[in-house]
Design a protein around this ligand. Structure first.
Ligand SMILES: Nc1ncnc2c1ncn2[C@@H]1O[C@H](COP(=O)(O)OP(=O)(O)OP(=O)(O)O)[C@@H](O)[C@H]1O
Ligand SMILES: [Mg+2]
Length: 553
């Protein structure tokens, strides 16, 4: 669509219109693709016309109607014609009209019409006939004749210039529109890259980690590479796997999911690779495995970290050779499958422990997607809440509910170990518990969320350590330092050199701090023993007391 309003600001076009008016006494009109005049306002009584006939006709109802109808009909016929320029007679017969199409990629977008001019071919009889028409339509014949006298009779060379000028206007409009469309396409492409996307397929999130994830997915989807999706519980690993498949060239073939944790070894074997009739008790007929079901499509190996070592060997063989042998079978079968694997386990640590094969790890980890935990992108909580609230209220057919700011605070403070799934469940629970109430306050939040205190999360091991955000900064920092050292000592099994390196301090500095906070191994062990003994004593005493009070009652 041409932005017709914009054209009045284009200098070249204005200049051309001006010249055409001053030199040739013609009025330039822009018609859109439906034949409506876009640069003429009937209510604008101030407008002056360079063309005397326009000046005479347009302010009067019958005159205006005649001209506008003529433009509309002309545009209709013009759009069907293969010529790009037209010279035709005007509605009064004595005047001439030049029209030039505005075309883009072979499509008619409108026209520029110059009304009107007279040349040597105009004779007094034609003018008389026109004046009669004017009279019949109830307009003043004399005024019309005076206006007609003011028209300039163009010489053949002037006519030539005139036509060139008018067609220049339509060319300028086309050029301007092309430029605008190009710019819009460019802006659209750029803003797609830059603009914070609130969602991607079914994923919601506008935080930086999610933006990075989206652009990663943009790149990954078109490839054929094996993908390993890693992230904590409920972060959306399966959603991501689906998105990769449904944006890939394999989207028209199957997306097959297999949860590696939910089968024992023998079953998983036959589930993945299929089996032959009679290969084990219960195998009453040949059965195709999920690998074959996913042929030409994608196989999603969920919880891949839960596969036994034997299964890992078999999987590796299929991935490397592209062939498999069903349980009890002898013949190899070819399969073309893209594999996406997901796990919440630390596969690197499993490799060190010897429970996950390094060669399989490198085979599936061609592209690695780390899904950010919700606590590391808390700015997404609001959009996720809105999304789940809308979904839940719609499902339950209740009016939309709002979470009060006091409840929001608690929700933000909470660390969301169960991530999006936990948030989704909490919203559903709140919608049910709030009944007919449309405002949701902190009272009905789950206990663990209501009791949340603001905490910092440590990068190491994803564990959360509690540091209260109150009081003196120095105390808080010392508290944090103490927790980090204590946790680090336990994790490194009291390897102080290693921990000092990790924390970026000298070994001597660490030993000093260990002394300062009373964190030496023997003291901690003794403290732990004492605490355990005290707890045991209390338990014994407590149950006795309980029993006693029961008796008394
Ligand atoms: N970014 C997101 N936006 C909206 N909903 C999400 C998002 N991520 C996850 N979900 C929803 O949260 C729930 C859990 O997602 P999903 O099953 O993909 O997570 P997962 O990482 O595979 O979980 P698990 O560790 O339990 O296997 C689903 O209902 C999913 O639709
Ligand atoms: Mg999952």
């Amino acid at each position: 669509m041409i932005n017709w309003e914009e054209l009045k600001h284009i200098h070249v076009i204005r200049k051309l219109q001006q010249i055409i008016g001053q030199w040739f006494y013609a009025e330039v009109f822009f018609l859109d693709e439906r034949g409506n005049v876009r640069n003429y306002d009937p209510y604008d009584r101030q407008r002056e016309f360079k063309n005397p006939i326009c000046g005479n006709l347009l302010p009067k109802d019958p005159g205006r109607e005649m001209l506008l109808n003529f433009f509309k009909e002309t545009s209709e016929r013009f759009s069907q014609d293969k010529e790009n320029n037209w010279i035709i007679n005007g509605p009064l017969g004595f005047e001439k009209v030049f029209a030039s199409k505005v075309m883009l990629d072979g499509e008619y977008l409108g026209a520029v019409i110059a009304y009107c001019h007279v040349d040597a071919s105009t004779n007094p009889e034609k003018l008389q006939a026109a004046a009669q028409v004017i009279e019949q339509k109830g307009m003043d014949r004399e005024l019309f004749e005076q206006a007609a006298q003011k028209m300039k009779v163009l010489s053949p060379s002037e006519v030539k210039y005139f036509y060139e000028m008018v067609s220049l206007v339509s060319q300028e409009i086309t050029a301007f529109h092309t430029e605008i469309s190009k710019r819009e396409a460019r802006i659209h492409a750029l803003s797609n890259q830059l603009e914070n996307r609130y969602s991607y397929n079914q994923m919601i999130g506008k935080s930086k980690p999610m933006q990075e994830l989206y652009s990663m997915l943009d790149k990954v989807s078109s490839s054929e590479a094996t993908v390993l999706v890693q992230g904590e519980n409920g972060t959306g690993k399966e959603l991501i796997a689906r998105s990769v498949h449904f944006n890939s060239p394999r989207k028209t073939s199957s997306f097959v999911t297999v949860n590696c944790a939910s089968f024992n070894e023998n079953l998983l074997d036959s589930e993945l690779f299929g089996h032959m009739k009679g290969s084990f008790t219960g195998a009453i007929k040949d059965k195709k495995g999920l690998f074959e079901a996913a042929h030409n499509g994608t196989l999603f190996l969920d919880e891949v970290g839960d596969m036994t070592l034997t299964m890992q060997v078999k999987l590796l063989r299929v991935l490397q050779q592209g062939t498999l042998t069903p349980v009890g079978g002898t013949e190899e079968r070819k399969v073309d499958v893209r594999v996406i694997a997901a796990t919440n386990r630390d596969l690197k640590a499993m490799i060190e422990e010897g429970t996950f094969r390094e060669d399989l790890y490198y085979r599936i980890n061609v592209i690695n997607i780390q899904v950010p935990a919700l606590r590391d992108r808390k700015e997404d909580i609001t959009v996720l809440l809105d999304h789940f609230m809308l979904k839940s209220c719609k499902e339950k057919e209740v009016p939309m509910k709002q979470i009060t700011s006091r409840a929001m605070e608690k929700i933000f403070d909470y660390q969301w170990p169960g991530n999006i799934r936990e948030l989704e469940n909490e919203v559903e629970r709140l919608v049910v518990l709030s009944g007919t109430e449309t405002k949701i306050g902190p009272e009905i939040l789950s206990h663990r969320i209501r009791d949340a205190v603001a905490t910092t999360s440590s990068g190491a091991g994803g564990k959360t350590m509690s540091v209260k955000f109150a009081g003196k900064l120095k105390d808080a920092l010392e508290e944090l330092e103490k927790i980090m050292i204590k946790e680090g000592l336990r994790r490194t099994k009291w390897n102080k050199s290693k921990l000092a390196k990790e924390l970026g301090i000298s070994r001597a500095g660490l030993i000093m701090k260990v002394d300062k906070y009373g964190l030496d191994k023997r003291k901690l062990q003794r403290d732990a023993e004492l605490a355990a003994a005290a707890a045991a004593a209390e338990k014994a005493g407590g149950s006795h007391g309980g029993h006693g009070s029961g008796e008394a009652a």
